[in-house]
Design a protein around this ligand. Structure first.
Ligand code: SF4
Ligand code: SF4
Ligand code: SF4
Length: 422
């Protein structure tokens, strides 16, 4: 195996191929605090890409209720267990949460799915530690919807004393998921036909149907289970990141890159997708005014999903602030406490950037903030809070302004002439 740099783990790691990085990388931030599980994203993807015969159980975009839900069932618990079996007690983070672009969450001292495979599998059998879900596990994408976890160690009994932040005793949250278009894709690493490739221009990971012979090695290897098998064509399929939209070839946008279907449809306004600049070592190049760069590397409120798997996923999440911290630390790494602290007490700039979510379906490349007047002076949980009605302006690929919006939502009063028109 080759050695590659993984900035999320703060160290080098083993990977079957040498590193190759795109100039820009498809990436996204989901703010879990806002997701309402309306499944508009799920249906937007389904009605665009997976509505055909043989795709009935195929949901490239899905939203599951954690802790019990999962599509396929128990996908994360299963791979976590396999890693623990391969390296008992060793799946831990060391070092300190820091400020650098490399290793901001400390150093992962355990084994990734690529490293654990070297220890537990014979070189000929597989390059990635994984498993193949059963048909039954793929059948119920929304099972355990709204089922909460109670107090630790107490079964089938919810807390009776009401709930209070910072952590609820009875909790659940919605985890929206798509393919992470990983920097080190496990699906690509495992494919014996080399049918999976990563595009150099935007890092989108695609599966070439004409090369695929349906061995399902990608389905077995992807730790997020985002490559899926289609029985009637005997090939595997996966999220294509709606690449025609991202390329800006949709006539509706006049050449400006457009966000994907699942992003654009998001009712809860939890999603922002972009194309981030990549440095020579595979980390994110400094791009201070890019909203995703700001959320991941400056405000540090958005974290990768299960970074310990080692694929360097490009999906980032603002963790839900009411959930038990050990659960969140396992899912998003040691950066969780800082991310929540920064989110619940947002800087003036963070408050501005959070307004950019879903004001447009064009991809944002840069933002600017124009300062506005103070609109609120008060306190929350014993700390001083000041709000300013700043204007945040988004620019597209061409450098043209896409839209501008303010921190305070505009109020529209319908004139009397149209009071009962709808
Ligand atoms: S999430 Fe899975 S399917 Fe998507 S690129 Fe990563 S390993 Fe491949
Ligand atoms: S990016 Fe496009 S193909 Fe991928 S899950 Fe979203 S809607 Fe589906
Ligand atoms: S559309 Fe948005 S709010 Fe609705 S389920 Fe999907 S991610 Fe959540």
């Amino acid at each position: 195996m080759a050695t590659v740099k993984n900035w999320q783990l703060g160290r080098d790691m083993a990977y079957p191929y040498d590193a190759r990085y795109p100039t820009r990388q498809f990436a996204f931030v989901f703010n879990i605090n806002r997701c309402i599980a309306c499944q508009s994203c799920t249906m937007a993807c389904k009605s665009t890409w997976t509505f055909n015969k043989g795709q009935e159980h195929m949901w490239w975009a899905n939203v599951e209720t954690k802790p019990y839900g999962g599509y396929p069932k128990w996908w994360d618990a299963k791979i976590l267990e396999k890693l623990e079996d391969a390296n008992p007690g060793g799946q831990v983070w060391g070092g300190k949460v820091g400020d650098g672009r490399v290793g901001p969450y400390g150093t992962f001292e355990g084994q990734t799915i690529f490293e654990a495979a070297q220890k537990t599998l014979s070189p000929d059998s597989a390059r990635v530690l994984g498993y193949l879900p059963t048909d039954e596990e793929w059948n119920s994408p929304n099972i355990y919807e709204d089922n909460p976890a109670g107090k630790r160690g107490v079964r089938n009994k919810l807390d009776e004393t009401g709930e209070q932040l910072p952590v609820h005793n009875t909790w659940f949250f919605y985890l929206a998921r798509i393919c992470n278009h990983c920097t080190y894709p496990a699906c690509l690493a495992a494919c014996p036909r080399k049918a999976i490739y990563k595009r150099p221009e935007d890092g989108i990971v695609l599966l070439d149907q004409s090369e695929c012979r349906g061995y399902r090695k990608c389905v077995e290897a992807c730790p997020y289970k985002k490559s899926m098998y289609r029985g009637n064509t005997r090939t595997s399929e996966k999220c294509i990141a709606c690449f025609p939209r991202v390329e800006g070839t949709d006539p509706e946008t006049g050449g400006e890159p457009m966000e994907t279907r699942c992003m654009s449809a998001c009712i809860g306004q939890i999603r922002m997708q972009g194309l981030v600049k990549i440095a020579e070592d595979g980390s994110w190049a400094e791009d201070r005014q890019h909203p995703l760069y700001f959320l991941v590397h400056v405000a540090k409120v958005a974290l990768p999903l299960y970074p310990q798997f080692g694929t360097q996923p490009n999906g980032y999440y603002i963790p839900p602030r009411w959930v038990a911290r050990p659960y969140l630390r396992q899912m998003f790494g040691p950066g969780v406490d800082r991310a929540i602290a920064n989110y619940v007490n947002p800087s003036r700039e963070l408050l501005g950037v959070l307004q950019l979510f879903r004001r447009s379906n064009r991809i944002i490349y840069r933002y600017e903030i124009q300062e506005g007047p103070k609109i609120y002076d008060g306190s929350l949980h014993g700390r001083k809070v000041e709000l300013y009605n700043d204007t945040v302006i988004a620019f597209g690929k061409s450098g043209r302004e896409i839209f501008r919006t303010t921190v305070e939502e505009p109020v529209h009063v319908r004139t009397n002439a149209h009071a009962n028109s709808i």
